[in-house]
Each structure stands twice: as C-alpha cells, then as structure tokens.
Ligand binder design. Sequence first.
Ligand SMILES: Nc1ncnc2c1ncn2[C@@H]1O[C@H](COP(=O)(O)OP(=O)(O)OP(=O)(O)O)[C@@H](O)[C@H]1O
Length: 480
Amino acid sequence: MSTEEAKPEAAAPSLASRITHDEPDTKSDLESAQTDGAPEELNGSGLAEPEYDVQVSLNDLQQDPNNPLYSVKSFEQLDLKQEILKGLYAMNFRKPSKIQERALPLLLMNPPQNLIGQSQSGTGKTAAFVLNILSRVDTSDRTPQALVLAPSRELARQIMGVIEVMGQFIPDLSVYPAVPDPARRNQKVEGHIVVGTPGTVTDQIRRRLMDVSKMKTLVLDEADNMLDQQGLGDQCKRVKLLLPKDVQTVLFSATFPTDVLRYADIFAPRANKLTLKHEELTVEGIKQFFFDCDSEQTKYDILVKFYGLMTISSSIIFVRRRDTAAEIERRMVADGHKVAQLTGALEGPERDKIIDKFRSGEAKVLITTNVLARGIDVQTVTMVINYDIPEGPRGEPDAETYLHRIGRTGRFGRVGVAISFVSDKKAWENLNAIGANFGVDIVPLPTDNWDEVEETVKKVIKSHRAGKTTKEMNKGLNKE
Ligand SMILES: Nc1ncnc2c1ncn2[C@@H]1O[C@H](COP(=O)(O)OP(=O)(O)OP(=O)(O)O)[C@@H](O)[C@H]1O
C-alpha cells in the first residue's frame, strides 16, 4: 500500500449555523437522505444532486440482506440518547447501515471494548464511531475525552464537521481540530473531542498542550493505512502509549490486509472484529472500466477528449506524482476546463480552500494524488479517474489504494463510474491483478467510438439501481 503523501494540515472553520428541523421527513429517496462529509458550513454539497437524478430508493437497498446498507434495526433500537437521535434526524439518516447496526452495540458495551471494524467504502463507518463517541462524552468536563486520528487534514476536517452536525443537539459540545495551524500552535487543546492528524497530536501531547488523562476513546480512521505507513504507524503507537491504559481503541477501514490486521490485533488487543472477505470489498454501485491507451501522450489526449464529451457533476482524477497533477491541471486549464489541483505540495490553508471549492461545486474536477484517496466524502462525485494505476513502492499493484480511490464515488447506495487509464504492459498487468484480487471484471471502453463511450457512461450514471455488476450492465447496454 502506498500513500505517497499523508502530510497534515490546518483548522476547520467552526459551524456558524445549524440545521433546524428535528424530525425526519417522509421522503424516502436517496437524494433527500443524508448530507455528505462536509456540512454546508464547510461548503458541503449537501442535498444537491446536480446534473443527474440518482433515483435509488435507499429503502430498497436497506431491505436487501446482501447489501452493505442492510439493517434490521432502527436507530431508536440502538440505545442512543434522544439528543443524538435528533442529530441523526437532522442529517436525514433514517436507518442504520449494516456496519452501524453491528458495530454500535459492540462499541456501546460497558466496560468499553476495543473494535476492529471493516466495511465497504461509503457505507457509514464515520457515523458508527462518532455515535459511540457522542454517547460516551461528558460535556460537564471540558478535558478531552475522545481522540480521532485520520491520515489527512482534509479527512480530519471532514470528520470534525460530521461530529459537529451529528452532535448539534448536545448542549455545550465542543470539538477541537488538531491539524497544523500556525494560529493555534501554542494554544491549549480545549474540547471534549479532538480530531486530528498523528503528527500534530503527538506534538500537542508532547508540549503538554493536550491533557490526555481523561481520554476514554481512541479512534483510528483508515486504520490499516495509519498502522502500515512507517511514519504514521510510529506516531499512532506513540500517541496510544501516552493515553490511559484502559482507553477504548477503535479501528475502522474498508481494507485490512492480513499483515496489517495482525498488527491491528496488537494495537487494539482483544478487539471485537467485524471483517469482510476479499470478494465482498467492492461496492456494487461503482462500475469499473478502463481505457487502453497507446502511450503516455495518448493518455492525456484521451482524458481531454473524454472531458470534452461528458458533463459530469463532479469527478476526481488520481495521479501518482505531484508533478503530473500540476501538469494535467496546467494543460486542462489551457484547454478550457475548470479544474483544481490538491497535493501535499500545497500549504494547509491553500488545501482547505481547494477542497472547499470542490465540495461546493465551484470546481468540478479535482486532480490529486493518493493524499485524497481515502475517506473523502463528496456525494456529487460520480466519476473517478485512475490516470495512473496505483502501485506499491516496488511497482506492485496496490489493490487497497485502488479500492479506496474508486470508493470516492458510489457513496451510500449511489452509482458511480471508475475509469482507469492503461498505457503500458505493467499498468495493464497491475490493473488485471487488481481486478482478479477483488473478483471483478474491469471492462474496456473503446477509444475509437466516443458515442459508445458517452452512452455507456451516461447510462451508468443515470441508472437508478446500484445492483448490477459492470459486466451485466455492459451486456444490457450492448443488447439495447
Ligand atoms: N444511516 C445512514 N443513512 C443515510 N446516510 C448515511 C448513513 N450513514 C452514513 N450516511 C452517509 O453515507 C456517506 C458515506 O459515509 P462515510 O463517509 O461514513 O463512509 P465510510 O464508510 O467511512 O467510507 P470510506 O471507507 O470511504 O471512508 C456519507 O455521506 C454519510 O453522510
């Protein structure tokens, strides 16, 4: 697994306004359910579904036992406080997903127990750990009681936004962003819940800016990435050693490779485990394709041709290197496209501006590296492009990163398209290996028939059911 960059960041703006309705409304379509990872105050795309109607009935998906969104219980049956339920209603969450329904009873047990939780991308892991934290926090004491660590500043800011919206009816609740921010560098950490990146948190604890003596819960989001990466792994280990011995340790991710899982067992001893099999990891709503390009130069030509053809609500283009991101941005802007670029080469505040612009829809195309491969939740993203196939440090196929990247679309029952660009034998072999690893067919798109490409992609995005594989879908398309 490679995360080329995992450089952390700056402060999340505080939430100025609040969602006002207390009770769930009666609409049942997906488009009216949920706000995405960032609330309006963070320029979240909120309920807007521009360009294409996504008419998935969330109800249908949640009644299918094979779907990761399936649940038999209601939030009301999960022993949540009234003020927390009100937060869920305000977010239009009506029923828990499978991971929420299964993880919550385990998380809420007393005395608290550790948990290792795995569930497909976009299935609501954030709410699972946030609900546990909100249930345990004692707002009469301002000492930090829960710590959430994430691999990027963008993800930390997003999680903070979710906590603030979900916890908006808990009087006096305060959340502190522990991400690089020159203005807060010497500030004492004050907040019931701290969300940050490992480097900043280690620094704050070391400099005694954060009192960790009352920490009850530690969450590692994207835990396999956090524990696997040399730097981050060491930092997480150090942070944990500084927390009270009996801290409840909660690890969540869509992927837990076997070797990391072994290490996770040491990090979160005697944890309850909710894990998935390999072949369960992919999300049905994400249709996977590839373009077979002749050369590196053709890749760019095809990319620009493709963007000239399609009107996509929002999309993310993943590249391997920062310089490629800058170069594609330069060329696409010159070709008249509205794009933004975000890599670890940029300073924190600049990164905040760019991601907020993308969330609000001001920038429709985001070009980025693996720094944003994980966790980022922007519901309007209907397309992910793997301009470079993700590779590990020795050039080996990086199946986990591929899965996380394509998981930026198809969130919570939505449909999305993932297109990988292949321009040499190695990329081709790596993509094949990734497909075989997850047991999925990654279907070719022609580079000489743009009408067909347009029809195929549009059909996927406009389709109202997230229930067919790419191959089945393609067969259907060819017949019509
Ligand atoms: N019970 C629910 N009902 C409706 N929407 C939900 C529910 N739970 C989560 N969501 C929405 O689903 C989306 C995905 O949730 P989340 O970001 O927590 O996914 P995740 O499992 O952490 O994904 P990833 O592995 O990519 O980090 C979010 O927009 C969230 O608001």
